[in-house]
Design a protein around this ligand. Structure first.
Ligand SMILES: [Zn+2]
Ligand SMILES: [Zn+2]
Length: 438
């Protein structure tokens, strides 16, 4: 087991793992030589041993509606916060949530041919509403963290409160970890609600499935939230049910066909489909279960509304920029970037990580009915792209060859063929320049 001690060597290990850009020591310098590093590390170690460590200053930025963003340029701060974070993550086995697996699980749960009610929950101002005192005392009770770690968390809470933070200070890595602990406890409590048989959570996005299709579980859910000092965001609350259409008021005149066993048929039409935007996808499913219990329900996986909007905005910005600069080369690159895939990083084992239309949405699978959720399909994005480009070329004509080259790029093909494009880091910066602020 790795020690929770704030030793110079432990902090040194963490400094090697994280980026060091722009963090300065108390004297305003950025240490370079091992000697200079040693000086900083031992000074922090000694301060912590003597109990005299004080947090250095934070930059506080207003994010609107009472939200503050905390950042720091202090090397001493970042070394200590990294070690606190590392201690908490190890002690509580906090792991990076997996978006892909979470969506797969929710889809499988929806495929099950059983009557169910589905809730999508959003925590209102999550970070800001976490009760710090209560969190700290539960951490103490758990006895998983060293006293020094607890004391440094306490000091961080006090200092950032003093600077105006409500709840967990947004922007600091440690807050993400601590919020995970709070969300985890909330999740455990939600599982205990009568009738709840499945809970999916990704950071603070929560989906609940219950076989209690009759009664509304919102009061129970709200109570669990309140217990943790949190509240439900009513505006983002979503509720659907998949059940016999006759279960609440039957319109059949003489003899309901569903009287003994539901005989409702799933219809693949926009009216009888239910939609759930979750982690970048839109899951679409019929309002009734299929007749055959052993056969999975049809579930379509589309692009979430927010993602569609983002792509459209980016296409639009790329076109606007082209009309301003008439830079065909750049327009081509931007559309290649949007409709294709590219390497984003190299993982520790040397294998490449990719992003782009296929890699970000590899679960995308539309249902056979072509008109269903059309706005959330790749084909709809293709249509939007084509229209925007043709309009641009009308205003600012380019050679036939260029027209053909750019128009051959589609989201559907980038997805289907997993097309990868190689861009240099500086190219990516220039490509992104026109939608950076988005
Ligand atoms: Zn009926
Ligand atoms: Zn029925």
């Amino acid at each position: 087991m790795i020690s929770q001690e704030f030793s110079a060597s432990a902090m040194n290990r963490l400094r090697r793992r994280g980026a060091q850009f722009d963090y300065r020591a108390d004297d305003g310098t950025i240490p370079i030589s091992e000697d200079q590093w040693r000086k900083v590390l031992y000074k922090v170690q000694d301060e912590i041993i003597q109990g005299s460590y004080r947090y250095r200053s934070f930059n506080v930025k207003k994010l609107g509606d009472k939200k503050l963003l905390f950042t720091t340029k202090s090397l001493e701060n970042i070394l200590v916060i990294r070690k606190i974070n590392d201690n908490v993550r190890r002690a509580y086995r906090v792991r990076q949530a997996n978006r892909h697996d979470t969506v797969v699980q929710v889809k499988q749960a929806l495929e099950e041919s059983v009557p169910k009610r589905i809730y999508k929950l959003d925590i209102k101002s999550f970070y800001e509403s976490v009760p710090k005192r209560k969190l700290l005392s539960s951490l103490k009770k758990d006895r998983l963290l060293s006293n020094v770690t607890l004391d440094l968390i306490d000091k961080l809470f006090k200092y950032t409160s003093h600077l105006g933070a409500r709840g967990l200070p947004r922007g600091l890595q440690i807050s993400a970890t601590l919020s995970e602990l709070v969300a985890r406890r909330l999740e455990q409590d939600l599982r205990e609600i009568d009738g709840v048989y499945y809970v999916a959570r990704y950071v603070d996005d929560i989906i609940i499935l219950t076989n209690n299709v009759k009664s509304d579980l919102i009061p129970d859910i709200s109570r669990k939230f309140a217990f943790h000092g949190l509240s439900l965001n009513d505006k983002k609350l979503l509720e659907h049910s998949v059940k016999c259409r006759c279960s609440e008021g039957c319109s059949h005149k003489n003899g309901c066909p569903c009287a003994r066993k539901c005989s409702c048929k799933p219809i693949l039409s926009n009216n009888s489909m239910r939609e759930l935007d979750f982690l970048g996808y839109k899951l679409a499913f019929p309002d009734v279960n299929g007749p055959n219990q052993s056969k999975p329900n049809d579930i379509g996986v589309y692009l979430a509304d927010k993602k569609v909007d983002k792509y459209k905005r980016r296409v639009w910005r790329a076109v606007e920029d082209f009309l301003r600069t008439q830079d065909q080369e750049m327009l081509l690159k931007r559309i290649m970037y949007l409709t294709g895939n590219h390497k984003i990083a190299e993982s520790d084992d040397g294998s490449a990580l990719y992003g782009g239309i296929y890699y970000n949405f590899n679960l995308y699978a539309s249902l056979a009915e072509p008109g269903l959720c059309f706005d959330n399909k790749l084909a709809s994005l293709d249509r939007f792209l084509e229209k925007a480009l043709l309009r641009a070329f009308k205003i600012c004509p380019v050679t036939r060859l260029t027209v053909r080259e750019i128009l051959s790029l589609t989201f559907s093909n980038g997805f289907k063929w997993r097309r990868r494009r190689a861009f240099t880091p500086s190219e990516i910066v220039r490509i992104g320049a026109c939608w950076n602020e988005l």
